[in-house]
Design a protein around this ligand. Structure first.
Ligand code: FAD
Ligand code: MLT
Ligand code: ZN
Length: 466
């Protein structure tokens, strides 16, 4: 149980937000206190729901005055426990939900940019772009709930990173509020500006520990009229890695290259009640191309160079836009949902240089055998990004120690796109030196001297591994 807010802070917050947007009843708070996977949970003193930047500033000023800890929360689809209250904390804690910051500005077709509130979902960003004949450069399965603020705060990735980069590369302007209520940033959207550190880059990946993001100016990209998707089964993961080089070099229209390993394919097929439209393989790669002219011939030409035993291709299914493509995409898009339906997963989100993927999967399997668990592996092949999910994990901390140590030794990272949250804190030491951790801590205390913003997150001493 968290202590109640002091009567002074409660009265001040009510005066700014009104009773409908200061939630203290347990049943109203409940949905904000548990994460998407159900692994991370805690209680807060209240959930605050500001609707404007000015309200966010007032709320943070009140929290700073009364020393109330603040957990920023967007769509609450984060997978590292960073958006919900900690199980144990000292003093009052509030969840600051940004979902009410939902303004969507007009699409600027000349600049190919749009200004959106932090609470706008990825799907709403994409829909607005498409209505104006352009597109959003970022996409992943949580699109209907994940927010712009959350995507910036986690530097989210997804399937189109091979073409457009992560969320960091999409932010051309930002507005944020510090814990003392100062509004900082610019939404001018200047693609070129060199006057010291770039604020959008500083806040990308900061996981709610530096400031609350309230609005962003985002880049837009062309909307392609032709899309083609292929599912390829291969006889080994090494063959999939080899194929990656060919498709990257040969396809200017390449939009995504996703990886599904057999454990994940079996689980999602059972969940969907459908078999994949290709023969069984030891690895499956989903390739998407999009262009203003039909890229089918280009894709088929590259795939034909891989036919035969040397290419390792077992079978291929190809589909263009329409219901059959949507059905094919579900074998990748709905894996996370299938995992959650099977239990509460222990999730690792790592990346290594692509040549190191086969060795990493072996270690991940060994971790399951040694410490207990059923491994469900899949990810984003182009970035060497593997999602290693363990169902019924026996000893999550031991699994993490083995896998993350191997990842670091291979020159990889302990978090490719989900962030550190409270889940990966103890393993930060594997990828950041003590000098780097000291710089990170100094930066954090410059923004938030009394440590009220998302305490425990992105912290090498937190340890909520299981
Ligand atoms: P939340 O979960 O609410 O918060 C995440 C973190 O950001 C927390 O630390 C929180 O404090 C902070 N935060 C949120 N809003 C703000 C703000 N306005 N200001 C400051 N800090 C803030 N992620 C990927 O990168 N790629 C994927 O392919 C992907 N696929 C997913 C698929 C599914 C089905 C699910 C459930 C999740 C997936 N995720 C993926 C993870 C998740 O969706 C992303 O991390 C997303 O960016 C989180 O957005 P959110 O609004 O839900 O943030
Ligand atoms: C994905 O790529 O689908 C995700 O990042 C979600 C997950 O890891 O479960
Ligand atoms: Zn992912």
């Amino acid at each position: 149980m968290q202590p109640d807010l002091s009567s002074g802070s409660y009265t001040d917050l009510l005066a700014v937000l009104g009773p409908d947007d200061v939630l203290v009843d347990q049943d109203l708070r409940a949905g904000y206190e548990v994460d998407w996977t159900r692994r991370y949970t805690g209680t807060c003193s209240a959930v605050l729901r500001p609707r404007t930047t000015a309200q966010v500033a007032e709320v943070l000023r009140i929290c700073a005055t009364h020393q109330v800890a603040v957990i920023p929360q967007g769509g609450n689809t984060g997978l590292v426990g960073g958006s919900v209250p900690r199980a144990h904390s000292h003093g009052p804690v509030v969840v600051l939900s940004t979902r009410g910051l939902s303004d969507l500005g007009p699409v600027d077709s000349d600049a190919m940019q749009v200004t959106v509130g932090a609470g706008v979902t990825l799907a709403a960003w994409r829909n607005a772009a498409r209505a104006a004949g352009v597109d959003a450069p970022l996409d992943f399965a949580a699109r209907d709930s994940a927010t712009i603020g959350g995507a910036i705060a986690t530097n989210a990735g997804g399937s189109r990173v091979v073409r457009y980069g992560t969320m960091r590369s999409q932010v051309v302007g930002i507005e944020a509020v510090t814990i003392t209520g100062e509004i900082v940033g610019s939404l001018a959207g200047l693609p070129k500006e060199t006057v010291g550190p770039h604020l959008p880059s500083v806040l990308a990946g900061s996981e709610g520990t530096l400031a609350v993001i309230t609005r962003a100016r985002l880049r837009l990209v062309p909307r392609f009229s032709h899309t083609i998707t292929a599912l390829v089964s291969l006889d080994s993961l090494a063959a999939a890695v080899q194929m990656l080089g060919r498709v990257r070099a040969g396809l200017g229209s390449l939009d995504s290259v996703e990886l599904i390993l057999p454990g994940a394919m079996e689980l999602v097929s059972a969940h969907l009640g459908r078999r994949p439209p290709v023969a069984k393989g030891s690895a499956y790669v989903m390739i998407e191309c999009a262009d203003h002219v039909d890229p089918t011939d280009d894709l088929l030409a590259v795939l034909s160079t891989l036919d035969g035993p040397e290419g390792g291709v077992v079978d291929t299914a190809v589909t263009t836009e329409g219901p059959s493509r949507d059905q094919l995409m579900e074998f990748r898009d709905r894996i996370t949902e299938a995992i959650n339906a099977a239990g509460v997963p222990y999730k690792l989100d790592v990346a290594v240089p692509v040549a190191g993927l086969p060795a990493l999967v072996e270690i991940a399997e060994q971790a399951a055998v040694t410490y207990g668990g059923r491994l469900i592996p899949f990810g984003h092949l182009a970035e060497g990004n593997l999602h290693l999910n363990y169902l019924e994990a026996g000893d999550p901390a031991a699994i993490a120690e083995l896998v993350l140590t191997a990842v670091a030794a291979a020159g990889g990272t302990i978090s490719a796109e989900h962030g550190v949250g409270v889940a990966k804190g103890p393993w930060l030491r594997l990828v950041r030196s003590s000098a780097e951790l000291a710089v990170m801590a100094a930066m954090r205390s410059a923004w938030d001297p009394t440590g009220l913003l998302n305490p425990g997150v992105l912290s090498p001493v937190s340890s909520v591994a299981d």
